[in-house]
Ligand binder design. Structure first.
Ligand SMILES: C[S@@+](CC[C@H](N)C(=O)[O-])C[C@H]1O[C@@H](n2cnc3c(N)ncnc32)[C@H](O)[C@@H]1O
Length: 270
């Protein structure tokens, strides 16, 4: 692959975004999504599993608890350190390696399962990241990807953020990975049996304000966008995040309950 200056600049910007805020403070919200992904693809004892863009290791650890031989990769070292500490605390074996989703340091066909939970969708070059998912999966092995849908809560949140602080030139919308046909096209002819289904993960907050402040403080994409805005711009972004949470929410008065939609796409490597 020829890495152009534009591509490496974009990748570096995005890596800084995920290093900003403190993703670990909110990562636990999506543990059920990773547990579901690992169950959905049917990982069992002895399976060789790669979790791409593992963050603090949710899917990797879920697979390791099922007895799989697991590697997780991510390009934010601080998140991998937390994943290692979690594995140690749980006394499960999992290897965590710093790597870009677009260039995985593994031989062709190394893994029985290649997973990514709301991770690879944020890569700079979607096609190159998809090529790598397919390359490191063995023939007959399975790929399983969970991604926020464009119309779901987080898809709409990312859209809202983009309207206040435009994404860097050349950035591809992450929620493309929440559309089955797009993922099928990205994975290409070296996979078969592409299938998908949508699911939701339920999130509870004391109110829409708590959601907005939590995400403005800790979630890299919203934290970084707010950092590029003046005070009035930040207030407008916060107000739109509150409106969004209210529009998806139920149960105000007893806290705010929101359902965040994601799509799981599975495919078999030919
Ligand atoms: C929303 S977090 C999800 C983390 C984890 N999979 C989970 O379920 O909690 C997105 C993750 O993707 C990682 N990421 C995004 N683009 C990446 C890339 N090109 N290479 C490696 N990691 C990447 C970020 O560092 C971050 O940890």
């Amino acid at each position: 692959m020829t890495i152009t200056t534009t591509h490496s600049e974009l990748r570096d910007k995005q890596q800084k975004v995920w290093s900003s805020g403190d993703y670990n403070k909110i990562a636990a919200l999506t543990i059920p999504l990773s547990e579901h992904l690992v169950d959905h693809v049917g990982i069992g004892s002895g399976d060789r599993v790669l979790d791409v863009a593992t963050g603090t290791g949710h899917a990797a650890l879920a697979a390791a608890r099922r007895g799989a031989v697991v590697t997780g990769t991510d390009y934010v070292p601080a998140l991998l350190d937390i994943a290692r500490r979690r594995a140690e605390a749980e006394d499960v074996a999992a290897d965590f390696t710093e790597a870009d989703a677009e260039s995985q340091p593994f031989a062709d066909g190394t893994f029985d399962f290649v997973l990514s939970a709301i991770g690879v969708m944020f890569s700079a070059d979607h096609q190159q990241a998809a090529r790598e998912l397919v390359r490191v999966c063995r023939p007959g092995g399975r790929i399983g990807l969970a991604s926020w849908t464009p119309e779901g809560f987080v898809g709409q949140l990312l859209g809202t953020v983009g309207r206040h602080a435009s994404p860097p030139p050349g950035a591809q919308p992450p929620t493309r990975w929440g559309v089955e046909a797009t993922v099928a096209e990205l994975l290409g002819d070296d996979v078969t049996d592409v299938a998908s289904s949508t699911h939701t993960v339920v999130q509870r907050f004391t109110g829409a304000e708590e959601f907005a402040d939590l995400f403005l403080t800790y979630y890299g994409p919203t934290f970084a966008a707010a950092g590029r805005l003046d005070d009035a711009g930040k207030a407008a972004l916060r107000a739109d995040m509150i409106d969004l949470a209210r529009s998806f929410g139920s149960g105000e008065g007893n806290g705010l309950v929101t359902e965040w939609e994601y799509r799981v796409v599975t495919a078999t490597r030919r």
